[in-house]
Design a protein around this ligand. Structure first.
Ligand SMILES: Cc1cc2nc3c(=O)[nH]c(=O)nc-3n(C[C@H](O)[C@H](O)[C@H](O)COP(=O)(O)OP(=O)(O)OC[C@H]3O[C@@H](n4cnc5c(N)ncnc54)[C@H](O)[C@@H]3O)c2cc1C
Length: 408
């Protein structure tokens, strides 16, 4: 399975991590903090995949017991990370996260409230008048309902990623940028290492945090996972006169989300529902090659304007386009690859991988060190899909609206 015939070089690290997005960096950080020696291989610059493009919105109001339990840990960790990475310029913005619903959408979301109660996740249900009173900039229609996560908020990826990278380096993580892993070395039911830019590196454990490139690496080793990627985009406006007093908002009836952004701006994002899936990108693909449909940012801004009138006439100054990826059941893929206990992976975090990263990194670090995790993550196990389910999902041609509706 290894591209190079050269014998694997002895690598000083306890774990090799493929991918320097927030998932790989978080795994590196949590491993290094616990004393492990880590080498992280990133084919571009750290954060150059989806992570630097993220809106950075975080909430625990998810759809499954495991997802909610995991996000509760992430939210706690984001607050702790404000301390741990404070000297490196990072701070979690605890503005809360408001999920907005039309009456029809609310009928579906209401079904999840018993699960939120069972998981002890705090929430407030707000009618339109209550939302207008609390956030005077918001003008929801009279029949709208809001589900507010008081512990939610956002992080600026442009602060978080450099801070986490520097902290990792200070802890001794060997971060190698511009290094492409071309193959996994799998022999005798174990991964022995990787081939990277012609060099064979051996490792006891490999963590694959390669996001949309995961299947490209796995198929070269005769394996695959039910993972599909879709193009997604977000925008930042020109500065306002004052910093907007807003929570992070998932404006479901408007097909968009927004939040305050650094420099008195608004970050605004949304799906292109009719756009076809992206396919299985080659290793040489970079997300900078992606484009949003022309004018999409302005049409999104106009779409959201009735809810947030201050957007009227506000120019857009930044556009970021990237990929988000979904598994066949909408839940993440996190754990060992079936039949390969020392190849661990974290992928398919839908448009919520930034929010998952602290807990995902902790879980991957726990799997790589003791094997015991603080949460039962069998619902995320890559082994939960049969070969037929994987093949069926991969052969179907989906548009984004056909994938699971998962925002953050
Ligand atoms: C526009 C947009 C907005 C989003 N908004 C939010 C949000 O508000 N909240 C939220 O929680 N999530 C959001 N997301 C989702 C979030 O960005 C992703 O889920 C998350 O960044 C995934 O992190 P990752 O580390 O798995 O992937 P990535 O950041 O893509 O990192 C994977 C890395 O692996 C590297 N790599 C791949 N193959 C190889 C190889 N063979 N060798 C070496 N390196 C390799 C890539 O170069 C890449 O840097 C958004 C995504 C987009 C695109």
């Amino acid at each position: 399975m290894l591209a190079s015939a050269k014998p694997a070089a002895k690598n000083a690290a306890d774990a090799l991590i493929v991918g320097g997005g927030v998932i790989g960096l978080s795994a590196a950080y949590h491993l290094a903090r616990a004393g492990s020696r880590v080498t992280l291989l990133e084919k571009g610059a750290v954060g150059s995949g989806a992570s630097s493009r993220a809106g950075g919105i975080i909430t625990a109001h998810l759809w499954s017991k495991t997802g909610i339990a995991a996000r509760k840990i992430s939210l706690r960790r984001f607050n702790e990370l404000s301390e741990e990475l404070g000297d490196y310029g990072y701070r979690f913005q605890a503005v809360g996260c408001l999920n907005l619903f039309s009456p029809a959408e609310w009928a579906a979301r209401k079904q999840l409230l018993p699960l939120y109660d069972a998981c002890a996740v705090p929430y407030e249900i707000l009618d339109a008048a209550a939302m207008r009173r609390r956030w005077s900039l918001l003008k929801p229609p009279a029949d709208a309902l809001g589900l507010f996560d008081p512990l939610g908020g956002y992080s600026e990826p442009a602060d978080y990623i450099p801070a986490l990278t520097r902290r990792c380096r200070d802890l001794g993580v060997d971060i190698r940028e511009g290094v492409t892993v071309s193959a996994f070395d799998i022999r005798g039911g174990r991964i022995r290492g990787v081939s990277a830019d012609g060099e064979a590196l051996s490792a006891e454990r490999v963590i694959c945090a390669a996001h949309s490139w995961t299947n490209r690496l796995l198929t070269a080793a005769g394996r695959s996972l039910p993972l599909k990627s879709f193009v997604h985009q977000r925008y930042v406006t020109a500065p306002l006169q004052n910093a907007p007093a807003l929570p992070a908002v998932n404006a479901n009836p408007y097909g968009a989300y927004f939040r305050p952004a650094k420099g008195k701006r608004i970050l605004l994002g949304g799906e292109t529902a009719a756009r076809a899936e992206f396919g299985n990108p080659p290793l040489a693909f970079e997300m900078d090659q992606l484009r949003a449909p022309p004018g999409f940012g302005d049409s999104l801004r106009e779409q959201v304007q009735p809810l947030l009138p201050l957007l009227a006439g506000l120019p857009i100054s930044d556009e970021r386009v990237g990929l988000i990826s979904f598994s066949a059941d909408g839940e993440p893929l996190l754990g060992a690859l079936p039949g390969l206990p020392n190849l661990l992976l974290g992928a398919a975090f839908h448009s919520g991988g930034f929010a998952y990263n602290p807990v995902a990194g902790m879980l991957l670090a726990q799997l790589a060190s003791s094997g015991a995790t603080m949460l039962d993550i069998s619902a995320f196990s890559p082994a939960r899909f049969s070969a037929a389910e994987t093949a069926g999902y991969l052969s179907a041609e989906l548009r984004q609206r056909d994938a699971f509706s998962r925002r953050h």
